[in-house]
Design a protein around this ligand. Structure first.
Ligand SMILES: *[C@@H]1O[C@H](CO)[C@@H](O)[C@H](O)[C@H]1NC(C)=O
Ligand SMILES: *[C@@H]1O[C@H](CO)[C@@H](O)[C@H](O)[C@H]1NC(C)=O
Ligand SMILES: *[C@@H]1O[C@H](CO)[C@@H](O)[C@H](O)[C@H]1NC(C)=O
Ligand SMILES: *[C@@H]1O[C@H](CO)[C@@H](O)[C@H](O)[C@H]1NC(C)=O
Ligand SMILES: *[C@@H]1O[C@H](CO)[C@@H](O)[C@H](O)[C@H]1NC(C)=O
Ligand SMILES: *[C@@H]1O[C@H](CO)[C@@H](O)[C@H](O)[C@H]1NC(C)=O
Ligand SMILES: *[C@@H]1O[C@H](CO)[C@@H](O)[C@H](O)[C@H]1NC(C)=O
Ligand SMILES: *[C@@H]1O[C@H](CO)[C@@H](O)[C@H](O)[C@H]1NC(C)=O
Ligand SMILES: *[C@@H]1O[C@H](CO)[C@@H](O)[C@H](O)[C@H]1NC(C)=O
Ligand SMILES: *[C@@H]1O[C@H](CO)[C@@H](O)[C@H](O)[C@H]1NC(C)=O
Length: 444
């Protein structure tokens, strides 16, 4: 057991000596400079990264003096001269960086512009203040440059959402580059404008915020928020987030229905069914009947079967649906009058049709086969070719039916006789020319 411990200790020492970068291995003993900055930062290629940074300088051989000119240096990977990527003196500008903070005020905030994925690395800060020179070996900064943007996040101010509750909904997006922040849009309020705010750690966040009073209609609603990041010389990069709202609400649309519907007669069994919408689901359905002593509970459960005595009795029933948030009373059971009416109407319609058919058979059919009855006004069922009109002189002075013989001179052999009825116009003051002449011609 002791041997194992010794072995592990040896392995640990071996790792410390040979595998940790020199500067890190020196930390914390030799380090005089410490920076306060995020340990890990993410950035979008084609955009920039604002690195919030302040430093504290412990005195060593020399002391930090803000009156002396101060230069800030960024190394990448490990603290080695060859790895200097930026020197605020202007001597090294390998990477597009700029120190935006006032180094005399120990502000090392840096703007890293025009990032590409190749900038992904670990960075170290160093201060040159006359004789005071120190590297923040203990505070490496890991920067990761991505090609795809971050999905925004949706936050709701309350956990369990209930109707009538007022909640604040926020969509927020990481904003590594506050100079060109993402544009946020959502379906909650299309006209809202996003705002970029500084966080306590010096990073930035872009937000859209809206306070809404929840209703049952918000249940199942998908909030979708999208963040569009502007990037150099390319298309904006967009990412979207969706969140579905789950809102509890008291029973709604509570109704009582009856089966079978339509024409009902005493003595049959009917089912009264109560239905409702609620979240969480209905915990109980209770049936009541209106009596002279007030409402009386008659049944529990969403369906109530009872024997019908009369329709008025059925119509005294109603149900109440209850869930954790409240209850709702249905209207009275209504027999579907329109249903009953439609059934009656259908029956009446059938009777009417049958009656009409009978009438047609009894009146029209026999007439058609009576060859000599001709006083009825009927449509002639002959074709044009069979009829030859000739000049007929009829005295309009003699109203009423009159017999006129007409001889067809064209075809002497086929003599046709006809009876012509002259009808007096309804309006006796009408001109003779306006008189209507109805001729009914029958083949002999
Ligand atoms: C940064 O530039 C200053 C001024 O030219 C120089 O004294 C210093 O050595 C440079 N630091 C590094 C690490 O290059
Ligand atoms: C750094 O700042 C200087 C002066 O403010 C400016 O001229 C230069 O373009 C900046 N460089 C970058 C990479 O932003
Ligand atoms: C550091 O400088 C930046 C400007 O780049 C400023 O936004 C920030 O507030 C300063 N930080 C402190 C602690 O003064
Ligand atoms: C930086 O801070 C020092 C000391 O507070 C001040 O004298 C100097 O003007 C500041 N520099 C800039 C560029 O603001
Ligand atoms: C950004 O970098 C690309 C190549 O990486 C270069 O073509 C472009 O000119 C740079 N833009 C700026 C503003 O530095
Ligand atoms: C809401 O979004 C989820 C996935 O995020 C999807 O499955 C669901 O169908 C969406 N609902 C509506 C009403 O769009
Ligand atoms: C990028 O988005 C901005 C608004 O954020 C818009 O004005 C611009 O037209 C967009 N550019 C492209 C290329 O889509
Ligand atoms: C009433 O409900 C019972 C049980 O679901 C069913 O068997 C019966 O057929 C229903 N009666 C009517 C008239 O709907
Ligand atoms: C039920 O009773 C109430 C009084 O308790 C009365 O106002 C209402 O009209 C009654 N409804 C029916 C359908 O009988
Ligand atoms: C009554 O019946 C008609 C036709 O079947 C139907 O359209 C209607 O929805 C019913 N009404 C009720 C309250 O059940």
């Amino acid at each position: 057991m002791a041997a194992l411990c010794v072995n592990l200790l040896t392995v640990n020492m071996f790792l410390s000596v040979f595998f940790l970068p020199g500067d890190l291995a020196e930390c914390p003993d030799k380090s005089k400079l410490f920076i306060t900055a995020p340990k890990k930062m993410e950035a979008l290629s084609g955009s920039c990264l604002h690195i919030p940074c302040t430093f504290t300088a412990k005195p060593g051989d020399a002391e930090f003096d803000s009156t002396r000119p101060t230069f800030g240096v960024w190394y990448k990977n490990v603290h080695a001269f060859a790895n200097v990527v930026f020197n605020s003196s202007g001597t090294v500008n390998k990477y597009p960086m700029n120190i935006t903070g006032n180094l005399s005020q120990k502000n090392c905030s840096t703007l890293f512009s025009n990032l590409t994925t190749s900038h992904t690395d670990t960075y170290f800060f160093r201060v040159n203040n006359g004789p005071y020179i120190a590297t923040a070996s203990c505070d490496p900064l890991q920067i990761t440059v991505k090609d795809s943007p971050w999905s925004p996040s949706i936050h709701i101010s309350a956990g369990d959402l209930k109707e009538k509750q007022s909640v604040s909904i926020t969509c927020s997006a990481l904003t590594p580059c506050p100079h060109s922040p993402p544009q946020l849009t959502w379906n909650l309020h299309p006209d809202s404008h996003s705002e970029t705010e500084e966080n306590t750690d010096g990073t930035f966040t872009t937000k859209l915020q809206q306070t809404i009073t929840l209703s049952h209609t918000h249940d199942g609603y998908n909030i979708s928020c999208s963040a569009t990041y502007p990037v150099n010389g390319g298309r904006n990069k967009t990412a979207e987030t969706q969140q579905t709202l789950s809102v509890s609400y008291a029973p709604r649309d509570t109704s009582a229905s009856i089966s079978p519907s339509g024409l009902l007669s005493a003595g049959i069994w009917v089912n009264l069914t109560c239905s409702s919408r609620a979240k969480p689901p209905i915990s109980s359905f209770t049936w009541f009947k209106n009596t002279t002593d007030g409402p009386k509970k008659v049944h529990e459960g969403h369906m109530y079967s009872l024997e019908m005595t009369n329709m008025a009795d059925i119509e005294l029933h109603y149900c109440v649906a209850t869930n954790a948030l409240g209850d709702q009373t249905s209207s009275w059971v209504h027999l579907n009058v329109s249903d009953s009416f439609q059934h009656t109407a259908a029956v009446v319609a059938v009777i009417v049709v049958v009656a009409l058919v009978c009438l047609a058979l009894c009146v029209w059919w026999p007439k058609k086969h009576q060859t000599h009855r001709d006083t009825q006004s009927q449509t002639a069922d002959w074709t044009e070719e069979e009829i030859h009109y000739r000049a007929i002189s009829v005295s309009s002075q003699r109203p009423g039916p009159s017999s006129v013989s007409v001889q067809d001179s064209g075809q002497q052999q086929a003599t046709v006789y006809a009876r012509v009825k002259v009808k007096q116009p309804a309006n006796s003051c009408a001109q003779p020319a306006d008189e209507q002449l109805y001729a009914q011609v029958k083949k002999k």
